[in-house]
Design a protein around this ligand. Structure first.
Ligand code: AMP
Ligand code: FE
Ligand code: FE
Ligand code: ZN
Length: 280
């Protein structure tokens, strides 16, 4: 059996593997394919694809965007886009808006932490994401490294999660715009980790009407019964299924999640068939 992992973050957003290291790690694990799906950037794709050619690993171009749930503005919806044309300038313009907003937000998070007595050098935070997509994970890593908290999880629980004192909401698009940004550039829009995101069946049904093409059913934070339920939903709504670990590299002393879920290669074949049929 050939296995894949369609949800990997790199140093261009909040992962700790460079794109090349991610591919090399996939090779070590014996995976057949991985998708790089950084938050709000595709800047890691070229390196990953090149490394994939060297190592014989199929690299699927991806991205992960944020949209909001009209029914519940506190809730995030993460939208994956596979096989986007990342050289499309209009698309890059949209991604740049997300990243610019992330910079302003990072400054606000720094201010909030300072008011709580925690001084963080904003340039260190920007340096960690190589000018890419800066986010809460970078702050969490610094807080854990400094011993302000005992773990990354604790950094979210105490400071960065919704309702905690250093939380600052993100720039997000409405669902229709988000889906369109991906389909306009030939990509396949897939809802990421709906159970982890707390996104209801009704939300997925609504997105399907707007052109959502798939559901990420396998995910590190999904239980076996979630997978089963989502598979049923995907069948009912005639949506593709995908899966990935949402690997951010090693976290809190644990092994990277990459490859820890048995996602069969057949899923990628169906994704590719869909992409081909969309193009012709
Ligand atoms: P941001 O995009 O800046 O809002 O950060 C969200 C990212 O932080 C997610 O993609 C996860 O990588 C990570 N994250 C969110 N909540 C948690 C949590 N409770 N524990 C660990 N990581 C989290
Ligand atoms: Fe992340
Ligand atoms: Fe996500
Ligand atoms: Zn992710």
């Amino acid at each position: 059996m050939k296995y894949i992992d369609l949800h990997i973050h790199t140093t261009y957003s909040d992962g700790s593997f460079t794109p090349r290291q991610a591919v090399q790690y996939a090779k070590k694990l014996g995976l057949a394919a991985i998708a790089i799906a950084d938050h709000d950037t595709t800047d890691g794709l070229d390196d990953a694809i090149e490394q994939g050619i060297l190592d014989g690993i199929e690299v699927v171009p991806g991205v992960e965007l944020n949209i909001y749930d009209d029914g519940n503005l506190d809730r995030e919806i993460h939208l994956l886009g596979y096989y986007i044309d990342w050289r499309d300038r209009e698309f890059q313009g949209e991604l740049a808006k997300f990243r610019d907003a992330r910079k302003t937000r990072a400054i606000e998070i720094t201010d909030r932490l300072r008011r709580l007595g925690i001084d963080i050098d904003i340039n260190k935070v920007f340096g960690m994401s190589k000018g890419g997509a800066v986010g809460r994970m970078h702050f969490a890593r610094i807080l854990a490294e400094r011993g302000v908290v005992n773990s990354i999880t604790e950094a979210f629980e105490q400071y960065l999660a919704l309702g905690r004192p250093a939380y600052v909401p993100k720039y997000r698009l409405n669902p229709e715009q988000g889906i369109r940004i991906i389909t306009n550039t030939g990509g396949i829009p897939v809802i990421a980790h709906p159970i982890f995101g707390g996104n209801s069946t009704e939300v997925i049904e609504k997105l399907a009407e707007l052109g959502l093409a798939g559901i990420e059913i396998y995910h590190s934070r999904h239980l076996a019964r979630d997978v089963k339920e989502l598979k049923g939903l995907a069948e009912r709504l005639n949506l593709l299924i995908t899966g990935g670990t949402d690997c951010h590299g090693p976290l809190d002393g644990k092994e990277p999640r990459m490859g820890s879920l048995p996602v069969p290669y057949k899923i990628l074949e169906e994704l590719k068939a869909f992409h081909q049929s969309n193009r012709s």
